[in-house]
Design a protein around this ligand. Structure first.
Ligand SMILES: [Zn+2]
Length: 98
């Protein structure tokens, strides 16, 4: 077992688990209900945690969870709209990036 992610945001931890699950990596969420004990325990020990079952999955898991968001120059659609690099389709006219 190896912890690969922790957050106060339980939804974020579950999302991360789903991302790993989709890639075939078994993982479990720990401390899911511990935040209600906050005040009695050190705060850092109350975050929800995501643990992978096989430590050999760690490198792939971290790449899936922490890969950088696509960045780059904006692009201009044929309709004249300027869009961020992370978008592959124009919101204005529906054309795909060429
Ligand atoms: Zn367009």
């Amino acid at each position: 077992m190896k912890r690969v992610f922790s957050s106060w945001n339980l939804a974020a931890v579950h999302h991360a688990r789903n991302v790993l699950d989709a890639a075939g990596i078994r993982a479990v969420v720990k401390n899911e209900y511990l935040s209600s004990a906050m005040g009695d325990l050190p705060p850092a020990e109350c975050q929800a945690e995501l643990w992978i079952l096989r430590e050999t999955d760690q490198a792939v898991a971290e790449q899936l969870l922490f890969r950088p968001q696509p960045t780059g120059p904006e692009w201009r659609c044929s309709c004249g709209e300027t869009l961020g690099a992370q978008f592959s389709q124009c919101w204005n006219c529906g054309n795909y990036r060429s």
